[in-house]
Ligand binder design. Structure first.
Ligand code: ZN
Length: 123
């Protein structure tokens, strides 16, 4: 006769508490060690001044990592289509898109006509 051990009650899944921000004024990155973000922690270890670094841009929840970048589904779709159409790697397609955009005067890109993957904003 086998007697089953009582299964332990699973711990409720809770999100980890939010990390306090880095102590360097205006940094805004989450603290990593000693009250500093990873970059400022590394700078302290290297004896470098704890000066402001590039502004922290939080990840947008509707982006995915693609070719080492965080991109919207619309961008990913355009890069894949360009790569396929011209037989390029994704990196080469990105460079192609940027070079063409720059040659055209680097003006803001109009939204996609069908709005696929783009944020829909109606007024
Ligand atoms: Zn910092």
């Amino acid at each position: 006769m086998t007697k089953k051990k009582p299964t332990p009650t699973p711990k409720p899944r809770t999100a980890p508490p939010p990390k306090p921000p880095c102590e360097v004024e205006g940094c805004g990155r989450p603290a990593y060690s000693g009250g500093l973000c990873q970059t400022h922690h590394r700078r302290r270890k290297l004896g470098l001044p704890l000066e402001p670094i590039r502004p922290y841009r939080k990840r947008s929840p509707d982006t995915t990592k693609f070719a080492g970048l965080r991109l919207s589904p619309l961008c990913v779709d355009r890069i894949k289509r360009r790569a396929e159409k011209r037989g390029l790697s994704y990196g080469a397609a990105i460079a192609d898109i940027l070079e063409r955009w720059y040659e055209e005067g680097a003006r803001p890109v109009p939204p996609a006509p069908n709005g696929s993957g783009a944020r829909k904003r109606r007024r």
